[in-house]
Design a protein around this ligand. Structure first.
Ligand SMILES: Cc1cc2nc3c(=O)[nH]c(=O)nc-3n(C[C@H](O)[C@H](O)[C@H](O)COP(=O)(O)OP(=O)(O)OC[C@H]3O[C@@H](n4cnc5c(N)ncnc54)[C@H](O)[C@@H]3O)c2cc1C
Length: 385
């Protein structure tokens, strides 16, 4: 067992850290408070140029082919500065990976290079609907074959990057006669296709720079060969890809948690009360000790899941464990960071309140942590019965 990053992984981590410091840190608060979509998209393009849109994608499709561990450490470094950029990156990587895993050769060649190169600002993963959140088998959007075209009707909610995504991976029902989940297929829909309407943007608690929108399909016609994978195999594709995506969200949570506790720890060495630095108080020291320990445990769980995925081994349970633990540890880290700054921590003059808002959703999206617990316990119980 060797727990150090390889030279290539370290280089990717350093590149991400330097980019985050130089390009993201200076504008993250402005993106959060006022918004600046052109600046946000410009940074995504620069990240694409650095190879960060397809970290675990083959070179022949324009990817960096750097593996899952590299993907995880890169997302963590980006999230230390801007969670909105990190989630966009994580979802775009996931979209590249799902096309790489399930797409035809023509689909891979048509879309992956455009995401990896930055020609598309992002890719979108359109699964959730009003009736299909934790239970994706409840998808009701329909796809009906009409000659040599599929016609999509229905709606999606909470779709990350919808206003600027170049391609959408969309799940829709193709067979209503079979039990729920068995008749769902997966499609690739290009941004700007007539009948694909970008609906209202959510006004969220955090991650303000990342757009989260409703999508409407109104007689949206796509070619017959826009079907990705086998007919009625969409549910399996979604479940498989979400497991990988969870490594991204756990890594994102870890980055935000680290940013928060780094800031608060530094602050504790500068702020004085009762005639001494607050870092002299055991209450503060224990918050520092507990938080760094938990985040280190989160990092190791993430590395374990990423390594297993990279090796082609089963990793769904490990990804759920890492996502659940890392995002909860990160939420605790942000809570404690605000506490360590006292009243200042509750103002926008200091970044920890943003971290606390940005981190909250990581325990919810790409499967709530209750669903992660269900997956973990199911795997464990299955192994002993
Ligand atoms: C900012 C943001 C970005 C998102 N991005 C995307 C995206 O790009 N693409 C996409 O497809 N979706 C996206 N989502 C959707 C997200 O994945 C869902 O919100 C999430 O999976 C939960 O679904 P829900 O909101 O319908 O909650 P519900 O499923 O209604 O859950 C409500 C509560 O019930 C609990 N619950 C539900 N079922 C069970 C169960 N069986 N056992 C125990 N507890 C249960 C949940 O854990 C939760 O606490 C995004 C959401 C947000 C807020």
């Amino acid at each position: 067992m060797f727990l150090e990053l390889t030279e290539e992984q370290r280089l990717i981590q350093d590149t991400a850290r330097e980019f985050a410091k130089a390009e993201l840190d200076p504008i993250a608060a402005t993106l959060d408070q006022e918004g600046d979509r052109p600046a946000f998209l410009a940074n995504l393009r620069k990240l694409a140029e650095l190879g960060f849109m397809g970290l675990n994608v083959k070179d022949e499709y324009g990817g960096a082919e750097a593996g899952v561990v590299a993907f995880s450490v890169a997302i963590t470094e980006i999230a230390r500065a801007c969670a909105s950029t990190a989630v966009t990156l994580s979802v775009s990587n996931m979209v590249c990976e799902v096309i790489q895993a399930a797409g035809s050769e023509a689909q891979k060649e048509a879309y992956i290079p455009k995401i990896c190169s930055g020609e598309f600002s992002a890719g979108a993963f359109a699964l959730t609907e009003t009736g299909a959140g934790s239970d994706p088998s409840g998808v009701a959007t329909q796809a009906v074959l009409d000659g040599d075209q599929w016609v999509l009707n229905g709606s999606k909610i909470f779709i990350t990057s919808a206003p600027y995504a170049g391609v959408f991976v969309v799940w829709a029902v193709t067979d209503r006669s079979v039990p729920k989940g068995k008749g769902i297929s997966c499609f690739l829909v290009e941004g700007g296709t007539p009948g694909l309407v970008i609906g209202k943007e959510e006004h969220k608690t955090g991650q303000h720079a990342s757009a989260t929108n409703e999508l409407l399909f109104e007689d949206c016609r796509i070619p017959k060969d826009a079907l990705m994978g086998k007919l009625n195999d969409g549910f399996r594709i979604a479940v498989g890809e979400l497991a990988g995506g969870r490594i991204g969200i756990g890594s994102l949570g870890l980055g935000v948690g680290l940013a928060a506790i780094d800031y608060a720890t530094q602050y504790s060495t500068e702020r004085a009360q009762f005639g001494q630095k607050i870092s002299n108080f055991q209450a503060i020291q224990w918050m520092i000790a507990d938080t760094y320990t938990e985040l280190e445990a989160a990092r190791l769980l993430l590395m374990n899941a990423a390594f297993k995925k990279e090796q082609g081994k089963p990793f769904a349970k490990e990804a759920s464990m890492a996502k659940m633990y890392a995002t909860e540890a990160a939420n605790r880290a942000c809570y404690k960071a605000v506490q360590m700054l006292g009243g200042y921590g509750y103002t926008v003059d200091f970044p920890v309140e943003r971290y606390a808002r940005d981190v909250r959703i990581t325990a919810i999206y790409e499967g709530t942590n209750e669903i992660q617990r269900t997956i973990i316990s199911r795997e464990i119980l299955r192994s002993i019965v």
